[in-house]
Design a protein around this ligand. Structure first.
Ligand code: FES
Length: 186
């Protein structure tokens, strides 16, 4: 259903305070979630508008998770995993990067601004960097206002494309990632 909305981005809440976009962060357990945990346990201040979904590895993240997050009200989505060479499952983050780069292109094709989808490496020691990243995303998304579901029809198409791509065999990381993997290996 397409709802009538003002064209003017909503950057203030009814109370007059700065509007806080709703962020969903899908984080790998071993690095990025630990980085977020470090930010919290170090009492580093960052916006509280982020909801974290913890997964075993970024390679486990289905692009459909990102689409579902948007469909269910996220204003921006962050996917984060271990740095190249640090994945606890060897190459999961290289597979993730290939998927997320493809998803990013599909989202842009559907008209979703690039500020609404982020893919980053965050290590377990990067608590301050994680906090800074959440601030950066919040500030980038705020001028855009809430995500509007006008693209619901396109999401159906994106769902179908993503499912088709996922049904294709995926045996090797792409050459670009393979090079990086070699560089990262001892
Ligand atoms: Fe973190 Fe694979 S375990 S990306």
């Amino acid at each position: 259903m397409i709802m009538a909305t003002s064209n003017k981005p909503k950057t203030e809440s009814p109370s007059g305070t700065a509007w806080q976009p709703r962020l969903v962060a899908i984080l790998c357990n071993w690095c990025s979630y630990a980085g977020a945990d470090l930010a919290g346990s170090s009492r580093i201040h960052y916006p509280s508008n982020v909801r974290i979904v913890r997964v075993p590895c970024s390679g486990r993240i289905d692009p459909l998770y990102v689409l579902r997050a948007f469909e269910r009200g996220a204003d921006a989505v962050l996917v984060a995993g271990c740095h190249p060479g640090d994945c606890h499952y060897a190459e999961g983050n290289f597979y993730a990067r290939r998927r997320m780069l493809m998803l990013n292109q599909l989202l842009q094709f559907a008209g979703v601004p690039s500020e609404r989808f982020w893919f980053r490496w965050v290590s377990a020691a990067e608590g301050p960097e994680f906090a800074h990243l959440i601030e950066e995303i919040t500030e980038a998304v705020r001028p855009l206002g809430p995500y509007k579901p006008e693209l619901a029809d396109k999401f159906v198409l994106l769902d179908e494309i993503v499912q088709m791509l996922e049904s294709m065999p995926e045996s090797e990381p792409c050459p670009e990632h393979a090079e990086e993997s070699e560089e990262a290996s001892p």
